[in-house]
Design a binder for this molecule. Structure first.
Ligand code: ADE
Length: 250
């Protein structure tokens, strides 16, 4: 079996790449795929690039050209659920596209011709990732964001909303959340790729799980020190979680 580990940003991927045994670089579809071994598993590491279309191309290539049969995504997200703080971690149980709207032809958020709005993650892989997040982060020690120590990360599990928009104001977030809530969906976090990866994995019947570290609250300060957060917090968290995850994977 071959496991794909996808990340959105180079900094997040760097620490993972250092763990790869016998790394082989393969270029395809304008992306760099790193094939190797980790804890006895065949692994392919790749950057998705940003946004749903880029993530869909990357996922399709992973499955069609590299034959991966399990996909895990690690990255950052804006926290929008009550109590989801910067430095916390969200493991997705399902994804929705907050910018999908083919109404009045289809219900708001419904993915046309799929008959549903949400795409569930694989239950077994997600349970492993949740456990790996709890156990892996137990030993990460203290991290700082804008010179303030972060409280120990809480690990949440729930719905993540994806869309081709970096949300960076309270007004935008309220609009997105109110719309989702009125259709019965409560999102914990927002990002720009996960729902596309989930959809492609579902098309091919490939199990998928995703974890995101909360880098911001999708408010006016969302863009501040974004790269600093990725380097200092999200990258070590991703390494701690994925290291634990590959150890427990059968
Ligand atoms: N990824 C990290 N923060 C985000 C935000 N505020 N909006 C969309 N994607 C994000």
């Amino acid at each position: 079996m071959t496991l794909a580990i996808m990340s959105a940003l180079l900094d997040e991927q760097r620490g993972l790449l250092e763990q790869l045994g016998n790394p082989q670089r393969v270029k395809r579809a304008g992306r760099t795929f790193w094939c190797g071994q980790w804890c006895g598993h065949e692994v392919v590491l790749v950057l998705t690039k940003v946004g749903k279309v880029a993530a869909a191309t990357t996922t399709t290539t992973l499955i069609e050209a590299f034959g991966v049969d399990r996909v895990v995504f690690t990255g950052v997200a804006g926290g929008v659920g009550a109590g989801v703080k910067v430095g916390d971690v969200v493991v997705a149980d399902a994804f929705i596209q907050h910018d999908m709207d083919s109404s009045p032809l289809f219900a708001r958020y419904e993915i046309p011709l799929y008959g549903c709005a949400t795409m569930a993650c694989d239950v077994t892989l997600t349970a492993l990732l949740l456990e790996a997040s709890r156990n892996g982060l137990a030993g990460v020690g203290s991290h700082f964001h804008r010179e303030t120590p972060l409280s120990p990360p809480n690990v949440h599990s729930g719905l993540i909303a994806s869309g081709d928009k970096f949300l960076a104001s309270a007004q935008e977030v309220t609009q997105v959340l109110d719309g989702l809530r009125s259709a019965g969906h409560d999102a914990l976090a927002v990002e720009m790729e996960g729902a596309a990866v989930a959809q492609v994995c579902r098309d091919y019947g490939v199990p998928f799980a995703a974890v995101r570290t909360i880098s911001d609250r999708a408010d006016d300060a969302a863009h501040m020190d974004f790269s600093g957060f990725v380097t200092q917090v999200a990258s070590p968290y991703a390494l701690a979680i994925v290291s634990q995850f590959v150890k427990t994977l059968s």
